[in-house]
Design a protein around this ligand. Structure first.
Ligand SMILES: [Zn+2]
Length: 75
């Protein structure tokens, strides 16, 4: 699986449940979900820390704070 942003806990559970073996993550700077837990479950995690992905998610969170905080922005 390839994601722009670190997978949230819901997505992390599904990744594990459906047996994905590798997740490529664009960035975990603006939000860090369950990637460490997935790694502990044996899923290969590839962290790109891609500036374009960081910029995309930063711009989104600043432009649409209500949408961001409705779900992913809250801890
Ligand atoms: Zn999710």
């Amino acid at each position: 699986m390839v994601t722009t942003l670190s997978p949230c806990w819901y997505c992390s559970g599904l990744i594990n449940q459906f047996g994905s073996t590798r997740v490529v993550i664009g960035e975990s700077t603006t939000f860090k979900g369950g990637e460490d837990w997935l790694e502990e479950q044996g899923v290969e995690i590839i962290r790109l820390t891609n500036p374009e992905c960081v910029g995309l998610m930063t711009e989104f969170s600043e432009r649409y704070p209500d949408a961001w905080n409705e779900d992913i922005g809250q801890e």
